[in-house]
Design a protein around this ligand. Structure first.
Ligand code: PMP
Length: 330
């Protein structure tokens, strides 16, 4: 019989899919690393597994313990899957800009969800970083993976995502593009690809307009899961050769086109990374191989980027194309 012991055993080894339509006029090969095919539906399954196993080894996480983490959803799903497998409880803290769909997914996996305001500074007592710290102090046996500072986050990409991409491209990758949130993906994957290619692979971070990585102050943007208003420890500033700044409008346009033209129903940060990858690929020769990592699927965003009225309410679609008018309560 062909089966795995647990769904967690399916984490990683995601495929590369060639982009065909969005790349019209581009000579280089652009390959998408499709992370929604992980069992929890995102790239974050990878870091969840590695962070939990390291905490078990160090004794920080004991049998019957509770995992407490500020997460925009995807890390929560990964942690919830691993927690189920190993018998831990989960409490997740989300900013209120995270869609209700995503929060309900966490609850469906059996986690408890605490919602905090997005529009407060990280040092504010109600910020999702501070609320999670308080919960860790109050809950006995609590352990906070802290994906923003945990070295196992970039390490999971150094040991797994990077080698997968190198093997899948038979060492022909020339450019790697990924969005930057905690920076774990770009720092870990980028470090591996730099090392294995003697510095030949170019590493390109994609960042929402307004975020610190592309010189912003952290002003609000709508794309979820990427960009920061502070510099996390998991982001290694020495890895990226280039940071490409992408507007919400471009991120969402490419997100919708990925679904419509490439059959890839993915989240807004995927459109952002793909927009950056296409911009980079435009000037590259035929033998260039650009790999862009698409972190999650689009089902958590059906009421946002895939909803015409929501898009029109922010001016990303003309109001007359949807029936919504200015001032409409959506
Ligand atoms: N996209 C989404 C949807 C995410 O949840 C995250 C993680 N915050 C990222 C991109 C960025 O990945 P990383 O944290 O590894 O930089």
């Amino acid at each position: 019989m062909e089966y795995v012991e647990h769904v967690v055993d399916l984490v990683g080894n995601t495929p590369l899919v060639k982009l065909n339509s969005l790349t019209s006029g581009i000579k280089a090969t652009v390959l998408a690393k499709v992370e929604y095919l992980n069992p929890g539906g995102s790239v974050k399954d990878r870091i969840a597994l590695r962070m939990v196993e390291a905490a078990e080894r160090s004794g920080e996480l004991q049998p019957g313990g509770t995992i407490v983490e500020p997460t925009s959803g995807n890390t929560g799903v990964g942690l919830a899957l691993v927690a189920q497998r190993k018998g831990y409880k989960c409490v997740f803290v989300c900013p209120d800009k995270v869609s209700e769909d995503k929060r309900n997914v966490l609850k469906a996996y059996g986690a408890e969800v605490v919602v905090c305001p997005t529009a407060v500074a990280p040092e504010h007592p109600d910020s999702y970083y501070n609320v999670s710290d308080r919960l860790v102090r109050e809950i006995p046996g609590a352990w906070k993976p802290n994906q923003y500072a945990n070295p196992e986050n970039p390490a999971s990409h150094y040991h797994q995502t990077g080698p997968e991409i190198w093997r899948q491209t038979e060492g022909r990758i020339t450019h790697f593009v990924a969005g930057v949130g905690t920076g774990g993906t770009i720092s870990g994957t980028g470090r591996y690809l730099k090392e294995v290619s003697n510095g030949a692979v170019q590493i390109i971070g994609a960042d929402p307009e307004g975020s610190v990585y592309s010189g912003g102050t952290g002003r609000p943007y709508l794309v979820e899961g990427v960009g920061e208003d502070f510099w996390p420890e998991t982001y290694d500033k020495t890895i990226c050769d280039q940071i490409v700044e992408v507007s919400d409008a471009d991120s969402f346009d490419i997100t919708r086109r990925l679904a419509r033209e490439e059959g890839l129903l993915v989240g807004g940060s995927c459109g952002m990374a793909a927009a950056a990858a296409l911009r980079v690929a435009k000037d590259l020769p035929e033998d260039a191989v650009v790999v862009v990592l698409l972190p999650d699927g689009g089902r958590g965003y059906l009421s946002k980027v895939f909803n015409d009225r929501w898009m029109a309410s922010y001016g990303f679609l003309p109001p007359d194309s949807t029936g919504a008018t200015v001032g409409d309560v959506l």
